[in-house]
Ligand binder design. Structure first.
Ligand code: HGY
Ligand code: MN
Ligand code: MN
Length: 418
């Protein structure tokens, strides 16, 4: 397909203004965002995105998981659409760019096409995937997972948050249950591209503008429940204690050891940690926490999961504690579509941006969509590799480079019509 001329670029100021405008929706307490999925802030962000897309001449479809599909028609009504998107939901202490750059970068592609009067053979669909973060309702990438057929919608609707509110009820409450059956369009996708900040330190350290994402590492989330006995922190003799908090601490040490044993690529930690009753003068009778293991190598992930179970069981047996495990999320390492990856690399070359291959450390909706359509990702650096932190930052130049490459890869794949 004909590619756009190398001098064709997106409007970086307009993209930046839209990023800053969206950042005002669901503000955090330290300059970032708290726009968690299916909250009123999420609903407000969706409305703003819908308004901008309709102003750019796109029409909206929404599926039963709240996934938003904003379409710009192509010249050939039978041609399958090229998708471009990411997610608008954020962590509770999230940054302004994680996910949002990919959604608004997609909108900027359309806005630039409108400016330049570009027509493409294939339609282009800008997408916002519901609940990518998995922080309020586990697991991560929930709605793109249902779309790709990895989870059932009933299971997803039944996922509960910390207060016991259900995903399906909250989606209905904010008024974003669409009428399109989720996944109905998954067999009718020409390709998908996702622009995302790296969320790690490699591109900045290497001085590269663009990450050509060839693979995504796999992820495993195991929720561990350790049960001991609530008792008085003052009057209970040490030998009589069944301290679930101490059991958790020893298991977290084990998790660190397991991840280091597979250095340099494997990682492991617990981000979700709860002790009960969480009272200053009660020995915790229960601890519930989620172990997040990741590696590009599936065998390593399996080894880490197995060693967690045997090691945690031994720790708890020795301490007279009970322990249960529940797999609450995960996906195998991903290899992205070679043709789409090539389109990304060629675009970076054509535009003169420095670039390198990279494996995504974080999970993304593209990891699931890659199961149903040719998919690739583009990454830009972020300051100090920091993400999932309100201080997450990128430069305007990095945003511009990423969106320029996205524009060229998407428009070339959709086929310019002279
Ligand atoms: O957990 C992840 O990798 C993604 O940020 N949801
Ligand atoms: Mn993300
Ligand atoms: Mn994230």
């Amino acid at each position: 397909m004909a590619a756009p001329g190398e001098n064709l670029r997106i409007n970086a100021e307009r993209l930046w203004d839209s990023l800053m405008e969206m950042a005002k929706v669901g503000p955090g307490v330290a300059g970032g965002n708290n726009r968690q999925t299916l909250t009123d802030a999420d609903a407000e962000g969706r409305k703003l995105f819908q308004k901008w897309c309709e102003e750019a001449g796109m029409t909206m479809a929404v599926d039963t998981m709240g996934n938003m599909f904003m379409t710009r028609p192509g010249t050939d009504p039978d041609a399958l659409p090229v998708y471009v998107g990411s997610h608008l939901d954020t962590q509770p202490t999230g940054g302004k760019y994680d996910g949002v750059l990919g959604v608004l970068g997609g909108l900027e592609v359309i806005r630039t096409m409108n400016d330049l009067g570009i027509k493409t053979k294939h339609p282009i669909v800008v997408t916002n995937w519901t609940n990518e973060e998995g922080t309020r309702f586990a697991p991560a990438m929930l709605a793109s997972g249902v779309f790709a057929g990895v989870h059932t919608q009933d299971w997803a609707y039944d996922r509960a948050d910390h207060e016991g509110l259900k995903f399906g009820d909250e989606l209905k409450r904010i008024g974003w249950v669409g009428d399109e059956e989720v996944g109905a369009r998954k067999t009718k996708m020409h390709a998908m591209f996702e622009l995302h900040i790296e969320q790690g330190p490699i591109l900045e350290a290497e001085g590269k503008d663009i990450g050509v994402v060839t693979h995504g590492q796999g992820l495993s989330w195991t929720q561990v429940t350790v049960t001991g006995k609530d008792s008085h922190t003052g009057s209970t003799p040490m030998p009589m204690r069944k301290n679930a908090g101490l059991g958790m601490a020893r298991i977290l040490e084990l998790v660190d050891e397991i991840a280091w044993s597979h250095a340099p690529h494997a990682v492991g930690a617990a981000g979700h940690i709860e002790v009960f009753p969480n009272s200053r003068n009660v020995i915790p009778g229960k601890a519930v926490f989620t172990i997040d293991f990741r590696s590009p190598d599936l065998a390593v992930i399996k080894d880490m999961e197995d060693r967690l179970k045997t090691g945690a069981k031994k720790i708890c047996d020795d301490m007279g504690l009970d322990v249960e495990f529940e797999k609450v999320g995960g996906f195998d390492p991903v290899e992205f579509d070679k043709g789409c990856v090539e389109a990304v690399r060629n675009a970076a070359e054509r535009l003169g941006y420095s670039h390198q291959n990279i494996i995504s450390g974080a999970g993304h909706d593209a990891c699931w969509i890659n199961k149903v359509a040719p998919t690739a990702m583009i990454m830009c650096p972020c300051v100090d590799g920091l993400s999932h932190n309100e201080a997450e930052e990128i430069s305007k130049d990095w945003a511009k480079a990423g969106a320029d490459v996205l524009f060229h890869a998407v428009v070339e794949t959709a086929g310019i019509v002279e």
